[in-house]
Each structure stands twice: as C-alpha cells, then as structure tokens.
Design a protein around this ligand. Sequence first.
Ligand SMILES: CC(C)(COP(=O)(O)OP(=O)(O)OC[C@H]1O[C@@H](n2cnc3c(N)ncnc32)[C@H](O)[C@@H]1OP(=O)(O)O)[C@@H](O)C(=O)NCCC(=O)NCCS
Length: 167
Amino acid sequence: MVLKIELLAKGRHLRSQFHCGKESLDRYIRQQASQDLKRRVATVFVLIDAPDSNILAYYTLSSYTVDIGVLNDDFAKHLPRYPRLPTTLLGRLAVDNSAKGKGFGELMLVDALKKSLEVSRQIASLAVIAEALDEEALGFYLKYGFLQFQQDPMKLYLPMQSIAELF
Ligand SMILES: CC(C)(COP(=O)(O)OP(=O)(O)OC[C@H]1O[C@@H](n2cnc3c(N)ncnc32)[C@H](O)[C@@H]1OP(=O)(O)O)[C@@H](O)C(=O)NCCC(=O)NCCS
C-alpha cells in the first residue's frame, strides 16, 4: 500500500464512503467536487492508500482575492493599497474518520501549502486563506501558524512568505 495524493478523478476514486464528521464536507466530496473541478472553480486533491481507491482525505484550492482591510496592520503596511489583493483559497480540508489522528491532516495541509507556494512563483499570491467551519477546525489552523482575519476570526491566512520559510 502506498499513500498517494492525486487530483480527483471520477471513476478512479471512491467518494461514497467518505465521512469526516462534517455533513457539508462529506456532501461536497460526494456531490459537488467533480463539478467544481470540471468547471475549473476549484482543484480537488485526494489522499488514497493505493491500490485502495477509498478517499482518506481531500483538500481544495482556488484563486481568491481579499480586501487589504482583513489583514493585520503589521502585514498590510508593507502592501500596496490595491482594492483587492491576490491570494490562494484552501477552501476545504477534511480527513475521513477512519484515518484521523495519523498525521494525514498535516500531510494534506503541507501538500496544499507547497503547491500554493510553487504556483505563486508563476502567478502571484500573497497568502493562503482558509475558512474554519467551527472551533475544532480553527484550532487546527491556528496550530500551523495561520492568522485570523481582523473582522472575521473564522477566516484565516498564512502569508506566502511564511510558507516559503517553512520549505
Ligand atoms: C481537522 C482535521 C483535518 C485534522 O486531521 P487529522 O488527520 O486528524 O490531524 P493530524 O493527525 O494530521 O494532526 C496533526 C496535528 O494537529 C493536531 N490537531 C488535529 N486536530 C486538531 C484540532 N482540531 N485543533 C488543534 N490541533 C489539532 C494533532 O494533535 C497533531 O498535532 P501533534 O503532531 O502535535 O500531535 C480533521 O480532524 C478533520 O477532517 N476534521 C473535520 C473537517 C474539518 O474540520 N476540516 C477543517 C476545516 S474545513
């Protein structure tokens, strides 16, 4: 068995058994993810233990913009006053209940950050944005150094410069 992170492929990856404990994230991978991928709204990466095709974890990435006002003053003071600034959205990240607590959440997060950094060298992005569904998710992102938006503490960002220093 070999852990692999792959772009979601309909027919190759088994989505129906995925349960992470958050109904909206389960529904998304079962019903919406393929459509988003096809329509280029989001890329969806899944973790499998090949040759098993059950999805153990997934995350999504998209281009995104933020208003400078959501960033903390220390970070924002070095940025130009453009109305919208380019970022990368880590829209969803979830681990199947059967696979939690084994480091797969971290593995997927690190993979998403690495991909975001690589792409940002070609198409600029100043931070990765994440949206926490609840306090549990918030705790996870805070552990990895994400900072909360000034007016919306359930939205977080990790400056691309911090990600570059990580790798
Ligand atoms: C949050 C989630 C992604 C974590 O995945 P996981 O595979 O269980 O986590 P890992 O095993 O990779 O944990 C890595 C580290 O994060 C810590 N951690 C895990 N969940 C945490 C949480 N909610 N708060 C704080 N730390 C957390 C672990 O203790 C571990 O730390 P350690 O290495 O110091 O022991 C997973 O529980 C999940 O899918 N939850 C439901 C969906 C969700 O809330 N998604 C997130 C935002 S949309």
